[in-house]
Design a protein around this ligand. Structure first.
Ligand code: SAH
Ligand code: SF4
Ligand code: F3S
Length: 467
């Protein structure tokens, strides 16, 4: 099934704003909200949009989930544990609702978008008042008004996921760093992955909309922007604009933003044009998240990743010859169906060869509806956890070696705040995206300053301000 890409019209967004005004002046509306977010940065940013819409309706953030009048769970279903955690927390709220029947419980995000999930919620979770999917998030004002006026459940899980809505209000979590989603969805259909089913097909925002958003962020004092997409390298391929991701990066870097990051890059689409742009553009941080998943060609083929180990290593080499100091990070899956010990060792040896700054490691989790879920060769749970432990141990050693090797170097640190323990202890991130702690004062917050590295912990650096 090929879904249509639907660009939500300005009229529709205006209609939602009218619903928002009606909610704002409704005597029975919830006064406070709490959002529980699971999953990736894109979900985190969607939650900022949900918060923006709720505040537009006059609600304010509650300090505790148990005190809020409405609790929204923005869910993830990438692995089974993400889903169980969300459902567990939703169920826990049922007890709170017994004491406070006016509490509205909402569920949205990727988990909801799965086939059969809406029915399951309707039947097995009668205490859920409000549910909507990823493609109709922009209609929250309409749904909330309906829930308040009819005092009835509103379950609007549209299987249609491929929408683009511009101009929604956003309440950002951080004054220094901000996310901008540049494209939604994914067309890659890696055989283990649920994302293409729950986030719809790839659709890029127009570059002018993205640049305008970046300009407004710069004006409001934001220092770092992270551009988000499941595979940013295919940005623009679905639109007639003819703006590649490398060109988009260049345009955004000229808005006056001090530091620019992006994720995620699919290795099959990592172009020389992008590597060149990263190498010659000082605003783009010297860090790339390049998920490899496995170091074995047969497994990569079964995963439908559409690159080989050799191609991946060649891309790493191209990156490092253009930028000797670039930091690389990755995602790795162990115990994919049929993975042999030898095939797993290929992943280990790739990790040794590339030497990532850090890696996210996952045990394969079957997702209903994906191709891999029907593959034979399920790996025993004990074998899977033994593999992931070996992989984590190898990566921790490499991270330790890389961090200790930074002793004496100078890192450009965007200072984000004080540490929880001491006011004079400041913390920020280097260009390579590594946490750096140093002694300074509050006037450093929000600046990029040079810090001489004097020591390393297991995944953070210590340093001193350069005179
Ligand atoms: N679009 C990004 C990743 C999105 S999901 C990319 O292509 O790299 C983040 C990570 O979750 C993936 O890189 C993968 O390592 C992991 N993941 C996805 N599906 C999974 C599954 N079914 N089981 C275990 N890990 C999975
Ligand atoms: Fe999932 Fe693959 Fe798309 Fe990433 S590129 S979101 S892993 S299907
Ligand atoms: Fe999870 Fe959806 Fe992100 S499934 S990882 S929240 S795109």
């Amino acid at each position: 099934m090929r879904e249509e890409i639907i660009r939500i019209s300005e009229d529709e967004i205006a209609r939602q704003r009218e619903f928002a005004q009606k909610v704002r002046f409704h005597p029975d509306r919830p006064k406070t909200y709490f959002i529980v977010t699971y999953g990736c940065q894109m979900n985190a940013h969607d939650s900022e949009t949900l918060a923006g819409m709720l505040e537009d309706m006059g609600l304010t953030a509650a300090a505790e989930k148990t005190q809020a009048d409405i609790v929204l769970h923005n869910t993830c279903c990438i692995r089974d544990n993400a889903e169980r955690k969300a459902l567990g927390n939703v169920t826990w709220l049922k007890e709170i609702k017994k004491d406070r029947p006016e509490l509205l419980i909402g569920v949205c995000g990727c988990m909801i978008q799965q086939a059969e999930m809406a029915n399951k919620l309707l039947k097995q979770y009668p205490f859920i008042d409000l549910a909507f999917g990823t493609g109709n998030l922009y209609r929250l004002p309409e749904y909330l008004l309906e829930a308040i006026e009819n005092k009835d459940r509103v379950i609007r899980v549209d299987r249609e996921a491929s929408t683009v809505a511009e101009g929604l209000p956003v309440r950002r979590e951080n004054d220094i760093k901000a996310y901008i989603t540049v494209m939604y969805g994914c067309n890659n259909y890696c055989s283990y992955c649920i994302v293409p089913y729950v986030r719809g097909r790839e659709r890029s925002r127009l570059s002018d909309d993205i640049v305008r958003e970046a300009e407004l962020l710069v004006q409001s004092g934001v220092k770092e922007i992270m551009l988000l997409g499941q595979n940013v390298n295919s940005y623009g391929l679905d639109s007639a604009e003819g703006v590649s991701f490398a060109k988009l990066l260049r345009r955004v870097s000229r808005t006056g933003i001090e530091r620019l990051r992006f994720m995620t890059s699919h290795p099959k689409d990592l172009s020389d044009e992008l590597i060149d742009e990263m190498a010659c553009n000082p605003v783009i941080a010297p860090h790339l998240h390049l998920p490899v998943q496995s170091g074995n060609d047969r497994i990569l083929r079964e995963m439908n990743r559409r690159y080989t180990r050799e191609h991946y290593l060649q891309r790493v080499q191209a990156l490092r010859s253009a930028m000797p100091d670039i930091g690389l990070t990755t995602d790795l899956i162990v115990a994919f169906p049929g993975e042999t010990e030898q095939e797993f060792q290929d992943t280990l040896s790739l990790v040794e060869e590339v030497r990532y700054d850090s890696a996210y490691t996952f045990i394969y989790s079957p997702r209903k509806g994906t191709r891999a879920a029907d593959m034979p060769g399920k790996i025993d749970a004990a074998v899977a956890s033994e593999r992931i432990e070996r992989l984590i141990a190898a990566q921790e050693r490499i991270t330790g070696e890389i961090l200790s090797g930074m002793h004496g170097q100078t890192a450009q640190v965007l200072v984000e705040g004080t540490s929880r323990r001491r006011e004079t202890q400041l913390t920020g991130k280097s260009g390579r995206n590594i946490n750096v702690n140093f002694t300074g004062d509050a006037s450093d917050i929000g600046k990029i300053i040079p810090i001489r590295i004097t020591g390393a912990g297991s995944n953070t650096l210590r340093g001193e301000k350069e005179e």
